[in-house]
Design a protein around this ligand. Sequence first.
Ligand code: HEC
Length: 193
Amino acid sequence: MTDEQDTEKVIITEEDKTYLLDHDYDGIKECNYPLPFWWVGIFWATIIFSVPYVIYYHMGSGKTLLQEFHQEMKIVKLLRGEGVAQSAAVVFDLEAFNSADLALGKSKYVQLCAACHGKQGQGSIGPNFGDKFWLHGNSPEQILTTIKDGAPNGMQAYKNMLKPAELMAVSKYVKSFEGTNPANGKAPQGKEY
Ligand code: HEC
């Protein structure tokens, strides 16, 4: 039995022949088998996934890892009290918040704050957030600082109860009440903004 016969017998079936490519290197032939369907499926899925990914994260409003990092660093600075008040360096961008942040803010608000500030921010023991009057300022940094460090008359400090991201999210949620003038709102307190 020659080597050639042996090879033919063992390796090449009729079905294999349909995949045989037409080149031949020193007797070595190659079959172009189709890839498994799951492999091809994953391959195409990653390509399809990449299109909205690039649009959302690189061209749209999605935060890239670097942007998330910078935002977290701003919070760290704020929480350490570095340049809190008016410093432009730590202006944190409320517009950059997405719906997931708002949902987190809402859940913390309902759980911890609504008892004193009302579900609609209308106020009861604590001030009304739906008007344009604020005791401790209406800038995002000031709102965050009040929540973080607390205020007189029963507004406790939440810096040890809420994580940085939660403090940011709840600040955003509080700010979102401004100007909504909820029904049965508590009388204005503080200064008009
Ligand atoms: C036990 C009641 C109580 C709870 C609970 C409470 N607050 Fe307050 N909050 C107050 C009071 C009272 C004030 C007014 C402080 C003052 O007189 O200076 C206040 C003030 C504030 C202010 C400043 C408002 C302004 O006009 O400047 C913000 C912002 C605020 N609270 C947010 C929150 C958030 C967010 C939570 C939940 C994480 C929360 N509060 C939970 C009672 C409460």
